[in-house]
Design a binder for this molecule. Structure first.
Ligand code: ADP
Ligand code: ADP
Length: 235
């Protein structure tokens, strides 16, 4: 079964007198364990689609199913719980809390999981900071870390809740080329080893080529779906 099912989704924004259609009849099925890129130019609807998949925004029409459950049928509390346990977010600007250390940033979403004891939280924080290569930086605050290191903290934070899906909105946009590639390689390694589903947006051709599935979006519409075969894409 698909982990995410997007069915005939539209998103319209009102801007004064005008209406902007950010997504138009988007249908997409995401299989568990994929490493999927949503690729398209700026303004094509990538962020809107990720936000709707991540249940932080709602469609104007159509529906979204996570693990087969229609999210529109959930109460706000159920939705908050689903998000906390199923979905992790990574942003282009990292979105770490500046007054918290790396380890406190990773622990933060775990505070929403009441079944975890303090000791269990700390064990997870250690595990995921090690996984991203930042064990020695646990007590550093974001402004004491490089861009690549900040994004590693964000990856650890997204994984610490045992998210089934990690959604990354232009995760390399604020990193230099080499650092961005390293971040993508790290995400891919985690995807291979843990089976966590990764969906990331990008407008960068080199970055999209690191995916194994591709969704091409333009003007709010899906134009092509690609699958990696050997060195190229099959559409
Ligand atoms: P991308 O992530 O590909 O750059 P977005 O999803 O951010 O694209 O935006 C898609 C379209 O929707 C753009 O035309 C954008 O201006 C518009 N849009 C996005 N968010 C809003 C909003 N909150 N209000 C009005 N228009 C918006
Ligand atoms: P950036 O170039 O932004 O620091 P990279 O993605 O190139 O990020 O990764 C650099 C990684 O190297 C860091 O995440 C960190 O784990 C490791 N690292 C950097 N400096 C040191 C150091 N002085 N001691 C040990 N490890 C380090």
């Amino acid at each position: 079964m698909a982990i995410v099912q997007v069915e005939n989704v539209y998103k319209r924004y009102r801007l004064g007198e005008q209406e902007v259609t950010a997504l138009s009849d988007v249908t997409l099925s995401i299989e568990p364990g994929v490493f999927l890129a949503i690729a398209g130019p700026s303004g094509s609807g990538k962020s809107t689609l990720l936000n709707i998949i991540g249940c932080i925004d709602t469609p104007s029409a159509g529906r979204v199913l996570i693990n087969g459950h229609d999210v529109s049928g959930q109460t706000p509390d159920e939705l908050a719980d689903l998000r906390a346990r199923t979905i992790g977010f990574i942003f282009q600007t990292f979105n770490l809390l500046p007054v918290l250390s790396a380890e406190e940033n990773v622990e933060y979403p775990l505070l929403q999981l009441p079944e975890l004891s303090k000791a269990e939280r700390q064990k997870r924080v250690k595990h995921y900071l090690s996984m991203v290569g930042l064990r020695k930086y646990a007590t550093h605050r974001p402004n004491q870390l490089s861009g690549g290191q900040r994004q590693r903290v964000a990856i650890a934070r997204a994984l610490a809740t045992h998210s089934k899906i990690v959604l990354a909105d232009e995760p390399t946009a604020n990193l230099d080329r080499k650092t961005g590639e390293n971040i993508l390689r790290l995400m891919k390694m985690i995807n291979r080893e843990s089976g966590t589903t990764f969906v990331f947006s990008t407008h960068d051709r080199r970055v999209m080529n690191m995916a194994d599935r591709l969704v091409r979006i333009e003007d709010g519409e899906i134009k092509a779906l690609g699958m990696r075969k050997d060195d190229g894409w099959v559409f």
